[in-house]
Design a protein around this ligand. Sequence first.
Ligand code: UDX
Ligand code: UDX
Ligand code: ADP
Length: 462
Amino acid sequence: TPTDVKRICCIGAGYVGGPTMAMIAAKCPDIRVDVCDINQPRIDAWNSDELPVYEPGLDEVVAGARGKNLFFTTAVEESIAAADLIFVSVGTPTKSYGIGAGRAADLCYIESAARMIAENANGPKIIVEKSTIPVRTAEAIRTILAANSENGQFQVLSNPEFLAEGTAVEDLEAPDRILIGGERTPEGDAAVESLVRVYANWVPRERILTTNLWSSELSKLVANAFLAQRISSINAISALCEETGADVDEVARAIGSDSRIGPKFLKASVGFGGSCFQKDILNLVYLCDHFGLPEVAKYWNSVVTMNDWQKERFSTRIVKTLFNTVRGKRIGVLGFAFKKDTNDTRESAAIYVCRDLLLEGANIALYDPKVPVSTIRADLNYVGISDEVIDKQLTICDSAVEATKAAHGVAVLTEWDEFKTLDFDTIYDNMFKPAFVFDGRNILPHDELRAKGFEVYAIGKG
Ligand code: UDX
Ligand code: UDX
Ligand code: ADP
């Protein structure tokens, strides 16, 4: 029989665990939700007015439930012991060493979470994997649990999260679907039903899909691979548009009107970023290779190859346009986050474009409304830019207009709304002439800018 869930514990208070648990707590006042993390500063931030994750509307959701039925804590052991249902929402970064380096997911956090559960559970529990992870992770969790406790005590479910950053609250409030995978046994079905009932507090039942464990795990990777593939496809076409004089936005509209293709996720850009797309595709590629399917692996890998090329193509375009040298020239960079309305920069195209420009000797004046300086520095360090180069060539600015002062070129790398309505007259007056603009998101009013005298390069516009 299904468990009547009264207490939930979530291991991992990151971009996924934090917002998701806040929404569950807000929608299920009868369930107590503990969100745990080993990172004390992160927990302190969740308990403060300055949440560690910036998401529109999240402050209100957290404020409404925190201290009532939503708690952020480092007391993982106690929370595990008290919970009926435990979400595992720890990070699964790409492995940086050893077998599968650069492609396979590093499951060390999953493993440590599973061991913690085994040590502290004192009765039957439903374990729900919420992190994005390659197929067969549930199996790993189950094996660790089985080897460290009585048999039959644990049911492991897969419940991938499909929220997108920047719209997390909307996505959690009204998801396209909830996906729950479980073992096709009476005990597995009962565990699935227990979790279905939690979501049914606010999600219509017909939107809650249940599948076997492997379908659920694989679907998460495949959904992200398909979404990323659309972006690489339109970005590939953007290069062709630039050569032929077609306009990629017009092409996107024309093809998107075919209901079989659909209009969403066809925005050409400087390249996709975010913690999921590249990581999940590389996982898929690794799995395909592992299972002896090199053609399938190659097919999906090309989505990443195309994305790398698109980023590189953009920085090359800047250098070429500025008469083949940006050495000592100031370039205003607008946006560093991987998309608007988030402070997250993981795999942001901006990291790679800035790296390339710094290596070409450019001076970068950078403005992003949400990303902290420390993050920008750490991201650039990570891709091999030394502190010395950063100190010498990078200036962080407090406004977009400041970042464009005395610049030879301005590059838009994130589609923040405020960039659409800047004071372009002032910007033009302050820039070197010709005043070059490189719109990596196609959000600026290009005709208006050209009328003011700017030289505009836009993605996919011949
Ligand atoms: C993605 C999936 O959308 C989400 O379902 C999954 O749970 C996690 O991964 P996220 O990475 O947060 O979400 O953001 P998303 O909106 O998908 O954008 C990813 C990247 O693609 C961003 O860099 C964005 O700028 C870029 N993008 C998106 C485009 O370049 N063009 C588009 O048309 C759409
Ligand atoms: C296609 C386009 O759909 C149409 O818009 C264009 O004008 C001409 O080319 P058509 O080739 O007549 O039309 O048929 P379509 O229904 O697109 O099917 C093409 C092939 O894809 C068929 O062999 C079909 O069996 C196959 N297919 C289609 C699949 O294997 N899976 C699918 O999900 C859809
Ligand atoms: P995601 O985007 O998947 O949410 P994050 O990196 O933002 O990933 O969050 C994962 C969180 O999980 C981090 O805050 C990390 O400290 C936490 N974490 C990792 N391992 C454990 C563990 N064994 N117990 C508790 N928290 C953990």
